[in-house]
Design a protein around this ligand. Structure first.
Ligand SMILES: *Cc1c(COP(=O)(O)O)cnc(C)c1O
Length: 397
């Protein structure tokens, strides 16, 4: 590529129905194009306070320490682990997919001792396994799990897992990157202590921000630490000097001003729709997609009762080059769906119905496009039925 050929970057208009990022709402994009102001400007600071209030609503919590970390979901994960895990702390981690595995990496890097509770991929975490593990690990301090495993499409029972953890005297770290806004999540009622999420999944915002919330028990553990938090950037004691309540805001880092406008707009839209209505919309659209997928003769990886409505893992048909099908969807239809990750690579497609992208127009488009690509690839599926089945279930017909 020669330097003088490079021009402005103009991306194609795609429909994003993979595991994230999902389609960003035009209102969010236009909010982000508003003028940049200073990160200590009083007008900006009052918008930050609104973001905190809106995030408390989205997480269903009264936690004071509820903020967006200035980096993607993975940084929210690091924020939880680096602040809560002290050297030598035993952390029991439930793993049923890719993201649970990353929790182990975090615990090890911060000097903790991970104990893994393994679960077959494509299933929810079995609460009994956690209970058994905690009986054998009486000195465990923290239990961590992924509420919505985006790598497999399985949803775990966060409330029950948290109850078991608390009975054993542990704090709870929960990954809610894909659940926030898309399926029921009640941080206070379920007593989750340290929770992280992401902006680019069911909130329909751009990637790069990670909402987090911490209970008073979690804050106590952080304040009682004997060692310094080993990340300067993610040390909540310092971050709170900027995001904190009554005290005067101090410079810590320059907040990503325009992305925060976008998050604010996305959260305003969530409040306008109503959280429960958003959960219901995601559930309804899952049912419509499911009807279409099953009418084609394809099947789901995860049993219905453990399935995430916003992330649908569908078994790829035998004898088909699944990567070629995804390539065709992208080149012919500007449609992105997700590939399988890790142990599920080549075995499933992941169709996201997240946030703004969770609507009947996208479902009809996706089913038609997948069907067409599969027929062209010579798959033995039943054409002509999927769209009709989805419309029947959605009530749109
Ligand atoms: C997407 C995702 C993450 C990571 O978020 P990034 O914004 O990509 O860093 C973590 N956990 C789960 C369950 C996710 O789906």
């Amino acid at each position: 590529m020669s330097f003088d050929q490079i021009r402005s970057f103009v991306p194609p208009v795609r429909t994003l129905m993979g595991p994230g990022p999902s389609d960003v709402h035009p209102r969010v994009l236009s909010a982000m194009a508003r003028p940049t102001i200073g990160h200590l400007d009083p007008v900006f600071v009052s918008m930050m306070d609104e973001i905190k209030t809106l995030l408390q609503y989205a997480f269903q919590t009264k936690n004071d320490l509820t903020i967006p970390v200035s980096a993607p979901g993975s940084a929210g994960m690091e924020t939880c682990f680096v602040n809560l895990v002290e050297p030598g702390d035993k952390v029991v981690i439930c793993v049923n997919g890719v993201f649970g595995g990353r929790m182990k990496e975090n615990v090890e890097r911060y000097g903790g001792v991970p104990v893994m509770v393994e679960q077959e991929w494509g299933r929810a975490v079995d609460p009994q396994r956690l209970e058994d593990a905690l009986k054998a690990q009486r000195d465990a301090k923290i239990v961590a799990f992924v509420h919505a495993e985006t790598s497999t499409g399985a949803q775990s029972d966060a409330k029950t897992l948290a109850e078991i953890a608390h009975r054993a005297g542990c704090l709870v770290i929960a990954d809610t990157v894909t659940s926030l806004g898309g399926s029921p999540l009640k941080v206070d009622e379920w007593k989750l202590d340290a929770v992280y999420s992401g902006s680019q999944k069911c909130l329909s915002c751009t990637p790069g921000l990670s909402p987090v919330t911490f209970s008073s028990h979690a804050v106590e553990k952080i304040k009682a630490r004997k060692t310094k938090v080993s990340s300067w950037f993610l040390d909540l004691n310092l971050v709170m000097g900027y995001w904190g309540g009554a005290v005067k805001r101090a410079y810590h880092h320059t907040a990503p001003i325009n992305p925060l406008y976008g998050l604010h707009e996305a959260l305003v839209m969530l409040a306008e729709e109503g959280l429960e209505n958003s959960w219901e919309r995601h559930a309804r659209n899952h049912r419509a997609l499911r009807a279409g997928i099953e009418a084609m003769g394809l099947s789901f990886l995860v049993p219905e009762s453990e399935r995430l409505p916003q992330l649908n893992a569908i078994r790829t048909p035998d004898g088909i080059d699944e990567a070629a099908v995804r390539g065709k969807l992208l080149s012919q239809f500007n449609l992105e769906i997700g590939a399988g990750l890790g142990a599920l690579a080549g075995k499933v497609w992941r169709i996201g119905l997240m946030g703004y992208a969770s609507n009947i127009k996208n479902i009809v488009f996706c089913l038609g496009a997948v069907e067409s690509a599969l027929v062209q690839a010579g798959a033995r599926i039943q054409p002509g039925k999927a769209v009709q089945a989805a419309l029947e279930v959605s009530g749109a017909r």
